[in-house]
Write a protein that binds this ligand. Structure first.
Ligand code: ATP
Ligand code: MG
Length: 431
């Protein structure tokens, strides 16, 4: 008999089917045992007798042959896609026995402390609520890919081992490369710019590595970045349009596919310069950050609160960060070079994306590298692209885990990473 997937049982009422999966929960009611069976498509109620279910408990892998029956009206479970049916088991075969679980996984909300959730990751990832996080994440990636293609980008796969540290050397993870010193890339930045010289428009979904020493709820050591870089731009606002369009489409298409609290996405995302934002924050809170060279985490939260209240938007774009606070390749504003043609997109109180128009003139780029105390020789392959003709260009980078975390209103970025790496943990606690 061929296998029937759980969600397909709804259309097989009256038929005998073979379903396969894990015991999600077991409930005993005298001579009747209810098993919620879980496969990749969802949950299904199995009704059986104690003899057939002897010794079965959560996470056992079983194959069940039985008849699909309509549930009586008052027993319909509106919360389950299969809530109108159940399978009356005739045969239950145990395929793989699970060890006793270290905690109860039966509750729909899975109320575990974060360390427990991560110490038992292979197990806790199986919980339907946790699975949903990564189904949403997969959908974010797919929708980002569609949106990036929609603005004409081709997908590229740059290396993640490099000998030049993108942002100048701090917080990099070193690699012993056959006796030579190398690094894991902090971003695909240099490669995506080089590839603008080939394809005009590129996008990337890749792992990046940052030895961030601080422990926060929004930083991982290894994370996934979704980047676009586009050439032949005519204006700075074209870049902002591209970033906002790509992210809005990614979020909207993803939230349409899941039952999540929809984010407020407008087609006119408010835009402020960093200085304008600081002024608004000062007016709202009385706290003066107008001389600070960057937005602080509490500023990001406050300006997002402003955007929500005044523009009904969960997104706000901030532009013109001080040139010295941004990476060397960011283009200074020709009208006021103290500030750069850079931007961040903030989403529900957190930076979700950064980008900038880039320097595309070779001499200016070399001089900037020197002015920042670095050696152009260390960037030889990168600079080669600019020797042979480079159009005006710019781009942006989204953090995948941060996007997932904010879309789902999770409290900690670690919940949005399958096996999060931080200073204290690589699968297991380091100390
Ligand atoms: P922050 O100021 O919040 O530390 P950043 O400005 O250093 O972030 P960028 O270099 O702009 O980060 O990286 C682009 C995007 O990648 C960020 O907007 C964010 O969404 C994500 N990101 C950056 N660092 C991390 C990290 N350590 N862990 C997870 N995601 C990150
Ligand atoms: Mg940034």
């Amino acid at each position: 008999m061929t296998r029937t997937l759980i969600t397909d049982t709804v259309s097989r009422v009256g038929e005998t089917v073979l379903v396969k999966g894990w015991v999600n929960t077991r409930r005993d009611h005298g001579q009747i045992v209810f098993i919620d069976l879980r496969d990749r498509t969802g949950l299904l109620q199995i009704v059986t007798r104690p003899e057939l279910a002897e010794g079965l408990h959560a996470e056992d892998v079983i194959y069940v042959v039985g008849t699909v029956a309509k549930r009586p009206e008052k027993l319909i479970n509106p919360k389950l896609p299969t809530g109108t049916v159940e399978v009356q088991a005739e045969k239950v075969e145990l395929i793989s026995k699970s060890a006793e679980l270290p905690f109860d996984m039966g509750s729909p909300t899975l109320n575990l402390e974060l360390p427990t959730l991560l110490d038992h990751r292979s197990l806790t990832l199986r919980h339907p609520k946790v699975q949903t996080i990564f189904q949403v994440q997969a959908s974010l990636v797919e929708n980002f890919r569609q949106a990036a293609k929609g603005i004409g980008c081709i997908e590229i796969f740059p290396p993640t081992i490099s000998t030049s540290a993108t942002e100048g050397g701090a917080d990099v993870l070193p690699v012993d490369y056959f006796g030579h010193s190398a690094f894991l890339v902090q971003s695909p930045q240099l490669y995506k710019q080089m590839l603008v010289g080939v394809f005009e428009r590129v996008f990337i979904i890749t792992h990046v590595y940052r030895a961030e020493p601080s422990v926060t709820t929004r930083h991982l050591v290894e994370s996934i970045q979704m980047d676009c870089e586009i050439g032949f731009i005519d204006s700075f606002s074209e870049l902002l349009d591209a970033m906002e369009t790509v992210f809005s489409q990614t979020i909207e298409n993803t939230q349409n596919q899941f039952e999540v609290q929809p984010s407020l996405v407008t087609n006119k995302i408010p835009r402020l310069t960093m200085r304008e934002a600081q002024k608004i924050i000062q007016d709202r809170t009385g706290v003066d950050h107008t001389k600070e060279p960057d937005l602080m985490p509490e500023d990001e939260r406050e300006i997002c609160a402003w955007a929500k209240e005044t523009h009904q938007s969960d997104l706000v774009t901030i532009t013109h960060f001080p040139t010295r606070k941004r990476a060397f390749y960011s283009l200074p504003d020709p009208d006021n070079p103290e500030y750069s043609l850079s931007y961040d997109l903030l989403y529900k109180g957190l930076e979700i994306s950064s980008g900038a128009q880039r320097i595309h003139d070779l001499d200016q780029l070399k001089q900037t590298i020197i002015d920042r105390g670095m050696d152009p020789a260390g960037f030889a392959m990168y600079l080669q692209a600019f020797e042979y003709g480079m159009p005006p260009h710019g781009g942006f980078s989204f953090g995948l885990e941060r996007s997932t975390m904010k879309l789902l209103d999770l409290g900690n970025i670690r919940e949005a990473s399958l096996f999060p790496r931080d200073t204290e943990r690589v699968d297991f606690r380091l100390s």
